[in-house]
Design a protein around this ligand. Structure first.
Ligand code: UT7
Length: 322
């Protein structure tokens, strides 16, 4: 059995936050942000609009694209680091808001790598026959955990959601099959101090703010991601050069291109949405995939490589044929 991506959807909240707006709050400039990160703007969720609300909008679009309804869904996984509440899981809230019948629904927390991790978990359900129609969602309201006195982080992140429908379909067991072909997932808990949130229910009893030693994360990102991409390709028996589209986590345009260069990939094969979305953590990959599909670049049957790195450190890659 193969786990096929049959529908992709995305949602961005309406409010656009420009670099110039942030330059009024912290000592920064539109020029610095664009040059060092490639970010031109980010979206911010409205007051009272929660991660689950963004997730529901993206999920509705993905279900529509797949020709499915909430009644068909038998698994919901939400990758998020900004849940509505400490519990219940945002996935259960999404289930209620969408009107999905009783089924497994839970969150995956692997920060910016969350969507790749969540896909691999969904693959475990669908490929083994435990689910027929899974919703895998990456959704974040990261602007809620930013410290707007820290220019090193508050300019980098935004809100949004992306979703895919994953369905089980029989394949031939070759790389010509549609579906999730291979994964390479990694974590190294020793790097916690370089990227973390300084609060939580069990430690401070508060939500906390994002803390990051940006330039050190940057150095690790390029090396770690490239290794995971090569490992995922090797597992599937596919050459990196055969990848049609590279859909990375959107942290920094320089990281995206650094990884592409390290892998010898043509820059034109990289879907970059960092200019308009900024870093939306677990939401960034499905958001970018949705953009690539909507503008006609990414087509059914093509080989797509997803990769991410985030707090933990966690990182990973997934090779799929759409
Ligand atoms: O999604 C999770 C993974 N996260 C990432 O992958 C993010 C990885 N890191 C990055 O994207 C980059 O490291 C940053 C964009 C965060 C920073 O860019 P950088 O080129 O690595 O700059 P830096 O941290 O080495 O800082 C260079 C200078 C410093 O000033 P001094 O010490 O040289 O005087 C910073 O204080 O830039 C300063 N700086 C800023 N200046 C204007 C840092 N943030 C800003 C800012 N505006 N917003």
């Amino acid at each position: 059995m193969r786990s096929i991506v049959t529908g992709v959807g995305a949602y961005l909240p309406e409010t656009v936050v420009s670099n110039d707006y942030l330059a009024k709050i912290v000592e920064t400039s539109d020029e610095w942000i664009k040059e060092r990160t490639g970010i031109h703007q980010r979206r911010r969720a409205a007051e009272g609009q929660f991660t689950s609300d963004l997730a529901v909008e993206a999920a509705r679009e993905a279900l529509k694209a797949a020709g499915r309804t909430p009644a068909d869904v038998d698994l919901i996984i939400v990758a998020t680091t900004t849940p509505d509440l400490t519990f219940p899981a945002t996935a259960a809230i999404v289930q209620r808001k969408l009107g999905v019948p009783v089924c497994p629904a839970f969150d995956v927390q692997a920060v910016c790598s969350g969507f790749v991790y969540a896909l691999s978990v969904a693959d475990g359900f669908t490929a083994r026959g435990h689910a027929k129609c899974a919703l895998v969602i990456g959704a974040e309201t990261l602007t809620r955990i930013l410290d707007y006195t820290d220019r090193g982080t508050c300019v980098l992140f935004g809100d949004g959601a992306g979703a895919v429908v994953v369905e089980a379909l029989e394949g031939q067991g070759t790389t010509a099959d549609r579906g999730l072909l291979s994964f390479a997932l990694r974590s190294d808990g020793n790097k916690q101090d370089l990227l973390y949130v300084d609060g939580g229910p069990s430690s401070t009893g508060t939500v906390g703010h994002i803390r990051m030693v940006g330039n050190q994360v940057f150095r690790h990102a390029v090396v770690n991601i490239a290794e995971a991409v090569e490992a995922a390709c090797e597992k599937a028996g596919v050459a990196v050069a055969d990848i049609d589209w590279f859909v990375p986590h959107q942290a920094n345009h320089r990281i995206l291109m650094g990884v592409a260069h390290r892998l010898g990939l043509d820059e034109a094969k990289v879907i970059s949405t960092v200019a308009l979305h900024a870093n939306t953590s677990a939401a960034s990959i499905p958001l970018a995939l949705a953009v690539g599909i909507a503008d006609g670049r990414v087509k059914p049957g093509q080989l797509v490589l997803l990769e991410a790195m985030g707090g933990g450190f966690t990182w990973g890659a997934c090779l799929l044929r759409l």
